[in-house]
Structures are given as structure tokens and as C-alpha cells.
Design a protein around this ligand. Structure first.
Ligand SMILES: [Zn+2]
Length: 328
């Protein structure tokens, strides 16, 4: 039997010990190379693009630059996801390595212990990495003529704790006894291709989004749920009745279900609570991990670092630390 990819030495090209042994300069060089990849790490002014800025060190020791042309001051992380950072760059590289090495997810609490951060700071950092991963799937479409995609939905959040005494318990399956917080994550996954998730009130509300994200000509696999019938006019559909089989006549949604299986394990095993505001971010993280699970860990770290360097400061979390921690 062939060795599992994750067990092979080819999958392991970067270790945490390697990252932690890096000097500050080596970590700077690594980040320069992902931020300014086209010039092999030579800094370019983020405002005007002029090369060869003056280099200096701030009082904190942070490497900074002054543009020769427009006189703008900037650092390696200015204007990126890690702007206004508080820690040395090596710690960010270590955080990315820890985050990527956990194939199903990394809890913010464990990250805070690994890196000696407060829980809030670790929470923010993990979310910034999720946001960087999501950058890759912005506006992504999958499929095309002759390609096959699978769609499926899964429900997260809105957990209602059953009453202690059995006589007080209600039927939690009924809409009247739910709290309205339950959301549907819908995944589109191209076979041998990429995936893209989104969050809706119900699976049925996802149809227009699905139509916009799957290219015409794609064969779409879905389960028997009536909510997908609205896609029949747009795509060649293959339906699988899971009461009869997991796969029949070439129809199956096993890849889409793998996504939910791993996302569910991330919820149960690492995060415990992934509902609410940030559900989409957790879904995007799970989707990125699915798409990249056969990529070496070194390459994964490089990609996440690159995505963080080309992402603007976080929409959700830029200044979050100041707003939520310093004020406390
Ligand atoms: Zn400039």
C-alpha cells in the first residue's frame, strides 16, 4: 500500500524548530521574499513602487524603510494583514507553521500557550491567518466543461442545551424550539480541483450563489434534498440518494462530505464553538486546508505568509487588540 502523503518525508519540508532557530534577520529575509516576491525580497515603496529605499531600524529594532522618492516610511508588514504587529516576525512565521501543521485546525487557546500570547491576541492572530487563506478564494469559480463538482450543506451553531429533567425537554428538531442561530455552510467542491464555501440561513438560499460560482458545462453532484432541484435547469445534475448508497452510477458527494467531516472535527476537537459571526472564516479555513492537504507543509506556510503579505489589514481584526484588550 502506498504511504500516506502526510507520513512521507516529502510532505515535511519545514519544522517549527527550524523557524524558532531563525535569527531576526533570517525571519526578515523570509518575509521580504514573500512580500516582494517579484524582486526577490528587494523592498518596493507601497505608495509609489520605487525600489531601493533607505533602510533603518526603529527604536524597537524593527527594520523600516524610507522611500527615496515620496519619502513614505514603511516596514515589511505595513499595509498588510500583519500591519501594526507587536511581536518579532519570527513569531508570525512560527504561528503560521503551527497553524498549517495542524491539519484540522488549531485552537486559539493552544496557540496562546505555544507562543506565550494572551488568548485574545492568539484568537486575533488565528483569524488573521483565516482571512489570509480566504483571500485565495475571493470571487473564485470552479468547474467548466467536462469538469465535475459536488455540492452539499451542513448546519452549524444554534445549539440548544437540553433541559436537565426529562419532563422539561422539548423536541429540538422543531423550528419553534430553535433559537434562529443555526446556519447552513454550503460547499462547492470541484473533483481534483478547488473548493469554495459560503454561509446561508438555509441550503435553499444558496442557489444563486452556487450558480455564480460554478462554471456552465459542469456536471454537478448533489444529494436528493429537494432544495437543490432549482439547479436542474442550469446544470447537468447527478443525484445520489444516501438512503440507498454513498455512490451510485458515478454520482456521489463524498468529497463535499469529507469537507464537512473535517470541519466538524475541527469544531468538536479544537474550537468547540465556531458558529455566529466568524462561521464563514472557519469554513474558509477548512476549505483551504482541503485544497492544500497534498501540498508540503513548507509550501503551505509560504503560501499563507504570501497571502497575509498581499492582504490588506484585517477587515474584522485590525485594531481589535486595541479595542478589546487594552481597554479591558
Ligand atoms: Zn514611495
Amino acid at each position: 500500500m502506498a504511504q500516506h502523503f502526510l507520513l512521507s518525508s516529502a510532505a515535511k519540508t519545514l519544522t517549527l524548530t527550524h523557524v524558532m532557530r531563525m535569527t531576526d534577520q533570517e525571519a526578515e529575509t523570509a518575509f521580504r521574499k514573500v512580500r516582494w516576491a517579484s524582486t526577490n525580497g528587494e523592498a518596493a515603496c507601497p505608495k509609489c513602487g520605487v525600489l531601493e529605499p533607505y533602510e533603518y531600524r526603529r527604536e524597537t529594532g524593527t527594520l523600516a524603510f524610507e522611500c527615496r522618492d515620496c519619502k513614505a516610511h514603511f516596514s515589511i508588514t505595513s499595509g498588510t494583514m500583519f500591519a501594526s504587529r507587536k511581536r518579532p516576525l519570527r513569531d508570525y512565521l512560527a504561528a503560521i507553521a503551527i497553524f498549517c501543521n495542524e491539519v484540522k485546525g488549531k485552537s486559539a487557546l493552544a496557540m496562546s500557550r505555544d507562543l506565550g500570547l494572551s488568548y485574545k491576541a492568539a484568537f486575533v492572530l488565528c483569524h488573521k491567518m483565516r482571512e489570509a487563506m480566504a483571500e485565495e478564494m475571493k470571487g473564485r469559480t470552479v468547474g467548466g466543461t467536462g469538469k465535475v463538482a459536488e455540492i452539499d450543506g451542513g448546519h452549524f451553531g444554534g445549539y440548544i442545551k437540553p433541559s436537565n429533567h426529562i419532563e422539561n425537554r422539548v423536541d429540538r428538531r422543531l423550528a419553534a424550539n430553535q433559537n434562529g442561530k443555526r446556519k447552513a455552510v454550503v460547499i462547492i467542491r470541484e473533483r481534483d480541483g478547488n473548493s469554495v464555501p459560503a454561509v446561508f440561513r438555509t441550503e435553499g438560499a444558496a442557489l444563486n450563489w452556487i450558480k455564480s460560482r460554478i462554471q456552465p458545462g459542469t456536471i454537478v453532484n448533489a444529494d436528493e434534498a429537494a432544495c437543490w432541484d432549482g439547479l436542474n435547469a442550469r446544470f447537468e445534475m447527478r443525484r445520489i440518494n444516501h438512503k440507498e448508497a454513498y455512490s451510485a452510477d458515478g454520482a456521489c458527494t463524498n468529497m463535499a462530505e469529507e469537507f464537512f467531516s473535517r470541519m466538524r472535527r475541527a469544531e468538536i476537537g479544537h474550537h468547540h464553538h465556531i458558529a455566529g459571526t466568524y462561521l464563514l472564516r472557519y469554513a474558509q479555513e477548512a476549505s483551504w486546508r482541503e485544497d492544500n492537504r497534498r501540498v508540503t507543509n513548507g509550501e503551505q506556510v509560504r503560501t499563507v505568509a504570501h497571502l497575509a503579505m498581499k492582504s490588506k489589514p484585517s477587515v474584522d481584526f485590525s485594531g481589535y487588540y486595541q479595542r478589546h484588550v487594552k481597554a479591558a
